[in-house]
Design a protein around this ligand. Structure first.
Ligand code: 7GP
Length: 833
């Protein structure tokens, strides 16, 4: 490549190579330059937002230099790349992360101080990039951090939503959704107006004969343009800076159709433009739920087609034969949302590139891997055949052909099992017929994985059982989730990170989390325990201040902080938690003042968003707030119990909340939470957890030891029988829970009618989530928590021991497992300069 550029030119470029700042003075120069030129401001009107902007631009310039070199290196070495396709990337803030990963936060802190700013205040100016709902989206973000840190040549592909997840406001105890205007000023993205792809929708399929061969040609109905926006992803302590490419939609052929415009049809030309922009306008705010909206399918195809076009274009530059495609490209499907990529690649290979079907299909299946994130039936994607036919007529034909060949092979292997064909068909023969996306993803991939051991076992024995029969067990594997310790320890809890570093021989543990095990030999160290406890207390003081500022409620930081923050969902059982809180309140009320004096003060903290259309989840939020309104002003109770609902839970708030928790709740009905990842964040930050035997809680227990976790409740293998018994046997409700219900029905927490559906779900509608079955065990276990917390010395020892054993849960370990077992890719060795 270089040789094509004349020597003198090359010299001129090299002579003027950009050198990034490395010290305080260099940093300050960059900030001042950006304030005065890029932002057109000065010393006299540089507020914190301007300081944030200029600091970000200074770091962005630095990152982009590394980004360029990383891309050049990857192109030059031409080794296999990984493409992570996810409709969600829940990134949170970028500046703090960039400063820490680049290793220049101290420089920035000193520089900003000299210029008159506190770095904490500057960092807080940034709006979260909230392009995701919950666990699935945040996992994608942690994976990007690990891929870059481990020097894998990897790209993320997603959608550049104009509106991310809504902002939650609590008004009169109810959730109100407010749009998230996050793109007002975003220094972290680079528009690539030269990287565009025309994406086709609707139209029809025509057969044409070219050179004696009949091919299918998809004639467009409508064309929308995809424009690339690139977000640099810095690795920790490495020059590798990877790319997250997000696609934005706009009308093809520029702003609007000038032909229409000139012929006087102004309105319709603007309408076309708006319709095109609608595709990437908004993130669907559902977590673990699919609503089957046409626009969602349009989003999926738009994003998948643009990404594949890009991937294929890059592959073609190397002029290799198509059979080498899977040696150069690994594509991971983050759940079924990108499943159309399988169909699209088959279409490109057969219709556009002229490969034979079987040859193409071999390439396709060797390229893709599929990760499943849930067994909940309401979250499994299915699209009506008619809708797919209308929007993507050629793709539907290909899906039918894929299904035909698949079913033929199944019939051959299982000639006696006629029902098998009906069960595994990609097309569900319902009214209307549906395309089962998970089945298509399995058939089109070479590996399928779950996200924790229990979950990976469950998919093999329940929803994908037949496919294990068909393909054998080796196609199915497990990669237990993880989290990046850079954001979730180093960035979120700098003091704890520093204390750990002082006992683990420096910061290497951030790159090899198993080094945490060196902490264990210091568990008995009195001074160390004391410092540990002081840090936890300081983090609780900070959260208490936030609670005071946002809710007006004063909480005592010496209380036990009990936290449940995650999306609001019946399966995650925030209702169990709040019923437990009411039970505690009633017990306290029944005590004499003397008895009360002996009780341990507690703060129950909730946070999380409900999907706007999820009525029951919104009722749960309302009950939590209603209980808080009564308990928090009850003078008999005082500090003994406070109930807090934190508004607008998001990534940056999680960074403040996780370090401040004593005990956190991971209490899903056994078998429903695929993994959970906040459980890992809380333990890594020196908190203990109460949880069911579900998802990654089980592996956390294996790692940290049973005596360091509070497990309760029924096991997943008993859930089905219990549900059956509720429906067909006599269903009696736990007597303590019954008292809680009676109290709600008395009107103690406001209009009882508001909560009648929540109660009826347990009493009358079969208690699908086993709230009553687990209630007694839950209450008892909370008593054990209280007792354990009284012995602070032992409590701290448990926390330290747990942290020292959390090495397994780094997302670096996940990425290495994916790389070895699924992608077959290797990191690129980089020299540092
Ligand atoms: C979530 C799972 O609920 C959670 O248990 C897991 O930790 C996380 O994925 C990451 O694997 N699933 C979703 O967020 C989701 O919406 C349906 O799944 C597509």
């Amino acid at each position: 490549v270089e040789a094509s550029i004349p020597e003198p030119q090359r010299e001129a470029w090299k002579r003027n190579q950009i050198t990034s700042f490395t010290d305080k003075d260099g940093f300050e120069k960059e900030v001042v330059r950006h304030v005065e030129t890029t932002l057109a401001r000065s010393m006299f009107n540089c507020d914190e937002i301007a300081a944030y902007s200029a600091t970000s631009l200074a770091f962005r310039d630095r990152l982009i230099t590394h980004w360029n070199r990383t891309q050049q290196r990857q192109t030059y070495r031409d080794t296999k790349r990984v493409y992570y396709l996810s409709l969600e990337f829940l990134m949170g803030r970028a500046l703090d992360n960039a400063m820490l990963n680049v290793g220049l936060k101290n420089v920035a802190q000193d520089g900003l101080a000299e210029l008159g700013f506190r770095i904490e205040d500057v960092v807080k100016q940034e709006h979260d990039a909230a392009l995701g709902n919950g666990g699935l989206g945040r996992l994608a973000a942690c994976f990007l951090d690990s891929l870059a840190t481990l020097n894998f040549p990897a790209w993320g592909y997603g959608l550049r939503y104009r509106y991310g997840i809504f902002k939650q406001e609590i008004i009169d105890g109810y959730q109100v959704e407010v749009p998230d205007y996050w793109l007002d000023f975003n220094p972290w993205e680079f528009p690539r107006h030269d990287v565009t792809v025309d994406i086709q929708f609707f139209g029809q399929v025509n057969k044409k004969t070219v050179g004696g061969k009949t091919i299918s040609v998809w004639e467009a109905g409508e064309i929308v343009q995809a424009v690339a926006y690139d977000v640099p992803i810095p690795g920790y302590d490495t020059p590798t800076t990877n790319n997250l490419r997000l696609w934005s939609s706009k009308a093809s052929g520029g702003e609007f159709d000038f032909q229409k415009f000139n012929s006087g049809d102004y309105e319709s030309s603007v309408a076309d433009q708006q319709r095109a922009e609608t595709i990437s306008a908004v993130l669907y705010p559902n977590d673990n739920l699919e609503r089957g909206k046409e626009l969602r399918l349009k989003q999926q195809y738009f994003w998948v087609a643009a990404s594949l076009y890009d991937i294929v274009r890059r592959f073609k530059k190397s002029r290799r034969s198509w059979n080498e495609f899977p040696d150069q490209v690994a594509i991971q499907l983050n759940d079924t949302h990108p499943t159309l990529a399988i169909v699209e690649l088959q279409r490109i290979l057969v219709d556009v590139e002229g490969l034979e079907w079987d040859n193409a299909w071999e390439i396709v299946t060797s390229t893709f891997g599929y990760t499943n994130h849930t067994v909940l039936p309401e979250a499994l994607e299915k699209w009506p055949v008619g809708l797919v036919q209308h929007l993507l007529p050629r793709h539907l034909q290909i899906i039918y052909d894929i299904n035909l060949f698949f079913l033929q092979s199944v019939e051959k292997a299982f000639p006696d099992d006629r029902d098998m064909l009906r069960r595994v068909s990609i097309i569900e023969e319902s009214q209307p017929k549906m395309v089962r996306m998970a089945f298509l993803a399995i058939v089109g991939s070479h590996k399928v994985n779950g996200v924790a051991e229990l979950h990976s076992d469950l998919i093999k024995t329940t929803i994908f059982k037949d496919f294990v029969e068909i393909y054998g067990p080796d196609k199915f594997t497990n990669v237990t989730n993880g989290i990046t310790p850079r954001r979730w320890l180093h960035q979120a809890n700098p003091r704890l990170s520093e204390l750990i570093a002082s006992k683990c021989g420096g910061n290497d543990f951030l790159k090899d989390l198993t080094i945490l095990n060196q902490l264990e030999k210091h568990v008995e160290d009195k001074q160390f325990r004391k410092e540990w406890a002081e840090i936890k207390y300081a983090n609780k003081v900070r959260l208490a201040k936030h609670i005071k500022d946002t809710t007006g409620v004063v909480v005592n930081p010496a209380s036990l902080f009990d936290v449940q923050v995650k999306r609001i969902h019946e399966y995650k059982r925030q209702q169990l938690n709040i019923f437990g809180v009411i039970h505690r309140y009633l017990s306290l009320k029944a005590m004499t003042p003397d008895q009360r004096k002996k009780q341990l003060p507690r703060v129950s903290i909730f946070g999380g968003k409900a999907a706007p259309g999820y009525w029951m989840a919104k009722q749960i939020i309302h009950l939590i707030n209603s209980v808080g309104a009564v308990v928090n002003k009850d003078e008999d109770i005082g500090d003994l119990l406070k109930v807090i609902f934190l508004e607008d839970y998001n990534v940056s708030k999680a960074e403040m909340i996780c370090p401040a928790s004593d005990i956190s709740e991971h209490i899903s009905t056994a078998g429903t939470e695929a993994s959970g990842t906040s459980n890992m964040k809380f333990v890594l930050n020196g908190g203990l957890i109460i949880g069911t035997c579900d998802g990654a809680n089980i592996e956390i227990t294996r790692e940290i030891g049973e005596s360091n976790i509070f497990l309760f409740g029924n096991l997943s293998e008993d859930v089905e029988d219990l549900r059956h018994a509720h429906t067909y046997g006599s269903h009696t409700i736990d007597s303590d829970l019954d008292k809680v219900f009676n109290e709600i029905e008395k009107g103690t927490f406001g209009t009882p009618h508001d909560f009648s559906a929540m109660i009826a779900a347990v009493r009358q509608h079969g208690d699908y989530y086993l709230v009553s079955d687990d209630f007694h065990s839950y209450i008892e276990t909370h008593q054990l928590v209280d007792e354990a917390y009284r012995n602070q010395d032992e409590w701290i020892a448990k926390c330290i021991t747990s942290v020292s054993r959390m090495g397994f849960f780094t997302s670096d370990r996940c990425i290495n497992e994916y790389a070895e077992e699924i992608w077959n890719v290797e990191p690129l060795v980089v020299d540092r300069h």
